[in-house]
Design a protein around this ligand. Structure first.
Ligand code: SF4
Ligand code: SF4
Length: 132
């Protein structure tokens, strides 16, 4: 069965699972600057409080429960207006657009992705989104 307008390719269920850490969210300097500004902090203080180094680059720290340090009660994001690119793009990430197998894997992790959608429908939805 394919996805229809009644069964969209992606409809976030606000479950918060994608904010549950798994190695942290990698951040670029301009993303750090935007989040620090939102929180009225210097970048230095922001990084000291919320960013850690890793072999794959700088990333947001995780709370003791393993969730992103910015995940609030109710699965809200404390830095939502300026959250990192990967958070804004999810689930339309390059790897999921290129690899059908990766999309199938992501369906198991994110209940917001329609289990019924084909890879072609997913890519088409991403292209429509990019034009908005
Ligand atoms: S895992 Fe998917 S459905 Fe859950 S909050 Fe993240 S994007 Fe939304
Ligand atoms: S920055 Fe916000 S959207 Fe991104 S993982 Fe953290 S809580 Fe979730």
């Amino acid at each position: 069965m394919s996805a229809t307008s009644d069964n969209p390719v992606f409809n976030c269920q606000q479950c918060g699972d994608c904010c549950a850490g798994r190695g942290g969210i990698h951040v670029k300097p301009q993303e750090v600057a935007a989040m620090a500004s939102l929180l009225s902090m210097s970048e230095e203080v922001f990084c000291h409080s919320y960013v850690e180094d890793s072999v794959t680059g700088s990333r947001l720290t995780v709370a003791a429960n393993g969730s992103c340090v910015f995940l609030l009660e109710g699965n809200l994001c404390r830095v939502h207006p300026v959250k990192p690119f990967i958070c804004r793009q999810w689930p339309f990430l390059p790897i999921l657009l290129l690899e059908a197998d990766e999309l199938e894997h992501a369906k198991g992790a994110c209940p917001g992705i329609s289990p019924a959608c084909t890879h072609e429908e997913f890519v088409a939805a991403a292209l429509r989104r990019g034009k908005k």
